[in-house]
Design a protein around this ligand. Structure first.
Ligand SMILES: C[S@@+](CC[C@H](N)C(=O)[O-])C[C@H]1O[C@@H](n2cnc3c(N)ncnc32)[C@H](O)[C@@H]1O
Length: 226
């Protein structure tokens, strides 16, 4: 995998871009372009967040900030782009319950590489809107599921959502954004289909669930294969 392409999927998240991400993506694009309301993905956070939580590719941290965090849970942020972790860390520190939980940890890392063992294992891992930013086919992207499964507890859960490019009907706004973002190297999802995601998850987990809402595959997986 070309490292430059992988970095391009993360480099776009500069401080100014993070400044308008919530409005453009969370509030507008999710409903108007991708037809998967942010509330559905927030529901996953509320359902699955565990005591030790790893958030890979947190972006602005919108979901973490709006979710009901379990009492005293610890959040670890992992991203290739330090701006995302700084932005999310700052928002988490401003939450009223910040003093009641351990300070978040931030780790610079690429999900296509093994996740350091010293971080321990996680009860929940979120990868929301991460996989459409990762270059390659589901064959390549499935390596990331292997790394994430290695760091999940036996009864933990991996969850997320990813925008598909194949086998779904994009509306006019979605088609325009897909073409633009794929051309710019922000998205790498033209060939991403539901079946490929399902197979990629099954390689690393015994129990998987994928549901397509609009053009977004909302998924979760349990029981990592050892
Ligand atoms: C589209 S944003 C998602 C933000 C947020 N999770 C959401 O659902 O709105 C993608 C995030 O993934 C990060 N990212 C992209 N490629 C990555 C990689 N290979 N490894 C780790 N993080 C990556 C980006 O820097 C960015 O923070």
């Amino acid at each position: 995998m070309n490292n430059k392409d992988v970095r391009r999927g993360a480099n776009i998240y500069s401080k100014p871009v993070l400044g308008f991400y919530d409005l453009l993506v969370v509030r507008l694009s999710n409903t108007l372009a991708w037809r998967c309301p942010s509330r559905l993905m927030l529901d996953q956070y509320n359902r699955f967040l565990g005591q030790e939580h790893l958030d890979v590719g947190p972006g602005t941290g919108w979901y973490l900030i709006h979710a009901h965090l379990p009492e005293r849970n610890r959040i670890t942020l992992m991203d290739l782009n330090e701006n995302s972790m700084e932005h999310t860390g700052f928002r988490l520190a401003g939450m009223p319950t910040a003093g009641t939980r351990p300070a978040p940890r931030a780790v610079t890392g690429n999900v296509l590489e093994p996740i350091p063992e010293h971080l321990g294992n996680f009860d929940s891992i979120a990868t929301n809107y991460l996989f459409h930013c990762i270059p390659g086919t589901w064959e390549t992207k499935s390596e990331a599921f292997g790394h994430l499964a290695d760091r999940l507890t036996d009864d933990g859960v991996l969850f997320g959502g990813t925008i598909l490019g194949h086998g779904v009907r994009h509306n006019t706004v979605g088609k325009g954004l897909m073409a633009l973002y794929n051309r710019m190297g922000i998205f790498h999802n033209r060939d991403d289909a539901e079946a490929g995601l399902q197979q990629a998850l099954e390689r690393s987990f015994h129990q998987t669930s994928v549901k397509v809402v609009g053009t977004v595959a909302v998924f979760n997986a349990r029981q990592p294969r050892r």
